[in-house]
Ligand binder design. Structure first.
Ligand code: M6R
Length: 616
């Protein structure tokens, strides 16, 4: 949440900062601002609302300087006002700062600083940081060589909470200082220019050499050099990594929304997630990122999987797949609950964190807690070099689906389910899944992109259904077994982008309460993919119809759905159970996307949400 960018170089910083903020806007879009060094002063421009609002003002201000910082905000402390918009300036005017994170002890710091004569103009926690830096700077002797960095370091020692910051000092025209603790911060190295950002997308078009800063790192930047130290003044030797980034992947192209683009990218995204990950004899998966031997994996007696939101739904789908095909118990937890629950876990459990961004603070904290307790931890993440990817002690699996920019997760979810299915296959084959069953399973996984493509070809008819149902304000989503997590995901997708109330249930649970909601004003979406329980699910649909509820059903091709069971039927290809959850997800994504578009919602930037949730 919140995106920060810093630029130091010879180009016009304001232009580079605005472009960077557009790429970071998915992290928060309550307000945005930049500050640029101009001659002897630092000038800032801020606006509530989208980056586009501040862009117009920046254009008018005609800032020419080559050093600046920028911020796009997801409000935590204080409302959406210009006063609370970053960058924040110290009350003596010496420092300007942008911040991503939450300072928990800001009230006591603020009180202390007010007593020392500092004025506060906003309600934010951030203003305490910038004033604390100014306070320590004042106490440093004038001739201290690294007075700027030293003041930042001394201030950071007193902070409790999380931060990724970029700071400018009026007295140091060609310098910038950044630091991180709990919030991501990446250094981008260019020719005569350097960058600091919450996410590489902010500078990937100009720099491909990056340093992922570690917790507690402080970086002192010039346009042509940098040095990194720890908060306790130890030197850090930086590891420069090369970005594998195709800029077109983060552009909209011919699509109207990123969510639409990402839905339609799924055949390719799934292909990329699987590439190179099958054995030569085509009978099992190869998961090279996992640093555990087959012997160690054989002794795993339980998986504990956690994530948040959509990613938690992927964990639930993994539970069904792994228990069904590998016969290993799986426990699924909300990362935010797991961290504090102190659940008893056997020594032979394997902990698996799921996170598209790799930065979700609850998931990161749960992972750290598991590491602290000495468990083997692994992760499925999409973002290479992300905090979660770097915190595992047993390796992990990268999704390779390219940047997911739409706030509503689509391709990252289906890829996580696909990789879970591959884990089920791999673990099953280490145990009692036969070679023949393994080969059929691999064939099914390989056919998945083509089958998803076939469903996407029905987009026009799904749009037509969506338009007819777009006026309803309540929906139920129901599915049994592995379709239950997909029902939850369908409900979440709809509510987050179109603000329609929706709930997901195991279909048989309907009679235990939710049936009270059924009326002609509350349609139900039924996922009925499994032959074994098809008849029972059809009976559940009939129960809804008998109460005047409308029903949309999603069933395999060739299924006879009697008129008295459903008003609308969407067919998905007949397939192996291992890919049912993936295929059933696609029509739900399309339904919610088209309903949201029909209702005129801001699909890629739904209200109150942010893509990467880096506050607890
Ligand atoms: O980056 P992560 O996968 O850790 O994100 C987890 C959730 O915040 C995320 O899935 C959220 O629920 C999305 N808005 C879902 O569309």
């Amino acid at each position: 949440m919140c995106g920060i960018i810093g630029y130091i170089g010879k180009q016009k910083a304001s232009k580079i900062l605005i472009n960077a903020l557009k790429n970071l806007e998915y992290r928060g879009y309550d307000s945005a601002g930049i500050a640029v060094r101009e001659a002897t002063d630092i000038k800032s421009v801020k606006k509530t609302g989208r980056v586009a609002n501040v862009e117009a003002e920046v254009h008018q201000a005609n800032l020419k300087g080559g050093v600046g910082i920028g911020h796009t905000r997801w409000a935590t402390h204080g409302g959406v006002t210009e006063a609370n918009t970053h960058p924040h300036i110290s009350s003596d005017g010496k420092f300007v700062l942008v911040h991503n994170g939450v300072i928990e002890n800001y009230q006591s710091l603020r009180k202390y600083l007010e007593e020392k004569g500092f004025d506060f103009k906003s309600e934010t926690d951030t203003e305490a940081i910038v004033n604390l830096i100014a306070y320590h700077y004042r106490k440093e002797p004038d001739n201290t060589e690294d007075r700027f960095t030293s003041a930042v370091r001394k201030a950071l020692i007193h902070l409790e909470g999380t931060y990724g910051i970029a700071v400018l000092c009026v007295d140091c025209p060609n310098e910038m200082v950044g630091a991180r603790n709990g919030s991501p911060l990446i250094l981008g190295l260019g020719k005569d220019e350097n960058f600091l950002a919450s996410d590489v997308s902010a500078f990937a078009s100009r720099s491909k050499d990056v340093v992922y800063l570690n917790e507690g790192d402080i970086v002192h930047l010039h346009s042509d050099k940098y040095d990194i130290t720890t908060i306790d003044s130890r030197n850090v030797s930086a590891i420069v990594e090369s970005l594998d980034w195709d800029i077109e992947e983060s552009e909209l192209g011919n699509y109207t929304h990123f969510m639409e683009k990402e839905i339609f990218e799924q055949p390719q995204a799934l292909e990329n997630s699987m590439r190179g990950r099958f054995s030569d004899d085509n009978s099992t998966a190869k998961l090279g990122g996992i640093d555990l031997s087959p012997r160690e994996l054989r002794s795993v007696d339980r998986f504990v999987m956690f994530g948040c939101g959509t990613t938690w739904h992927a964990c639930l789908a993994a539970e069904y797949l792994i228990e069904r095909f590998a016969r290993i118990p799986v426990e699924v937890e909300y990362a935010s609950e797991f961290r504090y629950r102190n659940a008893p876990i056997s020594d032979d459990s394997l902990i698996f964190a799921f996170s598209q961004s790799g930065e979700t603070i609850d998931t990161l904290a749960a992972m750290r807690e598991s590491n602290r307790k000495g468990f083997r931890t692994l992760a499925i993440t999409n973002v290479v070099g992300s905090s979660i990817a770097r915190q595992t002690n047993g390796g992990g699996i990268y999704q390779h689906v390219g940047p997911e920019i739409g706030v509503a997760s689509t391709k990252a979810f289906t890829s996580q389910v696909l990789l879970s299915s591959m884990i089920a296959l791999y673990m099953g084959r280490l145990r009692d899944m036969s070679l023949g069953d393994g080969t059929n399973y691999v064939d099914a996984l390989k056919s998945c992109p083509e089958m998803v493509d076939r469903i996407l070809k029905q987009a026009d008819s799904i749009r037509e259904i969506a338009v007819r149902y777009s006026k309803f304000n309540d929906f139920l989503f129901m599915g049994r077994q592995a379709m239950f997590p997909i029902a939850l995901e369908g409900a979440l997708k709809l509510k987050e982008i179109s603000y329609i109330h929706a709930e997901g249930y195991p279909a048989a649970e309907m009679k235990h309460g939710p049936i009270a909601l059924i009326s002609e004003d509350c349609p139900s979406v039924f996922l009925a993919t499994s032959g074994r329980i098809m008849k029972k699910t059809l009976a559940n649909m009939q129960e809804v119809k008998a109460r005047n509820g409308k029903v949309i059903s999603i069933v395999p091709e060739g299924t006879e759905v009697p008129k008295e069971c459903a008003d609308d039927v969407i067919f998905i290809p007949r397939c192996h159970e291992a890919i049912h959850p993936i295929l059933a997800t696609i029509p739900l994504q399309l339904l919610s996307y088209y309903i949201a578009v029909e209702r005129g919602c801001d699909v890629d930037k739904p209200r109150n949400l942010a893509k990467s949730v880096t506050v607890e």
